[in-house]
Design a protein around this ligand. Sequence first.
Ligand code: NAD
Ligand code: DAU
Length: 362
Amino acid sequence: MNRIDMTSTYLVTGGAGFIGSNFVHGILNAYTDVKIVNVDALTYAGNLENLESVLDDPRHIFAHADIRDRHAMDALFALHKPDYVVNFAAESHVDRSIENPSVFTETNVSGTVSLLDAARCHWQDGDGWGMHRFLQVSTDEVYGSLPLEDSSALFNEKTPLNPHSPYSASKAAADLLVQAYGDTYGMPVCITRCSNNYGPYQFPEKLVPLVINNALNHRKLPVYGDGLNVRDWLYVEDHCRAIDLVLREGRSGEVYNIGGNNERANIELVKTIVEYLSRHTDAAISTELIEYVTDRQGHDRRYGIDASKIKQELGWEPRVGFDEGIKLTIRWYLDHVTWITHAVSGEYESYYEKKYGNEVNV
Ligand code: NAD
Ligand code: DAU
């Protein structure tokens, strides 16, 4: 984002998580005269260390609150009168949704309705301050799965919703509710559906930081099934730039797909990380650490994004190629080992033990 002057108030939810915190940093770097109200419940995935450098910035106001708490949301809207609302807050990990679906419907569905409705009331009843956009950060997973055999098949914005996991079903439900608020009340909503992100501040339960953290600790690297499931990887800063563009210039009621045009099989990605680490850190890190483990239940085979709409309408394209992005990412984790140590202490240890303990030992 280029640094320019612009007076706007953003209400961002989930801004202590991976993508949300990258978005907060990106906006504060891009605009001098801006206010961000960052609403986060600080679940296991929320981490104030992600925001350390901006906690004293007067343009950034952190509100420790749950989007399901309607009174708290009403109070925040009344106080800050945001121009833009971006809903990142969610339970985001597919494996956890398989273990415990209900918290996913509570946050991702009920929480989104609570936030949406607070936004609607202030948008309708507000005394002329106006809310320009409510943007729901959704996912390509709502479209379901593509076959490996046909690499030309891609998800576009008209692809029917066909989610398979409790996580993606909860995100699809939220998308439908956001669209309903646009259709019923005329609220200025947009939805973005992005592919897999990687970059700084990602919680180490997700594949990229999990592999980095495990390799650095000489732990086995768990690869589900045959390792041939394909994801389309996008550097997180490119996602954040796309979100801000849709917020400001997207058409109301529209969905925009966002993707990296960078499909990789999981095993290929894991080997890329291992290779980099073995060259730059410790020769003992090798592909010997890779262990094929029991597949994820209902594991989507392939995601692939057609992002031509956002390119044609808004001129967005990824700027960070995979070779550069993955090096930046690995470098960041190597430079932030304390951050990893703090992130994986506490709840994550028991999660990891329960999930991988019998198959992937230290
Ligand atoms: P994350 O798990 O890293 O962060 C989620 C944040 O939301 C955390 O800070 C958490 O404390 C907060 N949160 C959770 N429940 C809350 C609640 N009830 N009230 C307020 N805050 C709450 O997630 P992420 O990877 O940064 O994903 C952010 C959003 O982007 C999610 O909506 C996700 O579905 C979507 N998304 C993620 C990816 C990806 O690759 N990570 C790709 C596409 C879309
Ligand atoms: O596509 C966008 C989605 O990407 C987001 O909506 C989700 O919030 C985000 O978590 C991510 O979902 P995935 O399930 O694709 O990400 P995850 O990092 O969990 O897994 C990536 C791939 O790696 C997937 O095919 C499962 C596999 N995997 C994952 C883990 C954690 C493994 O093989 N081993 C593992 O230990």
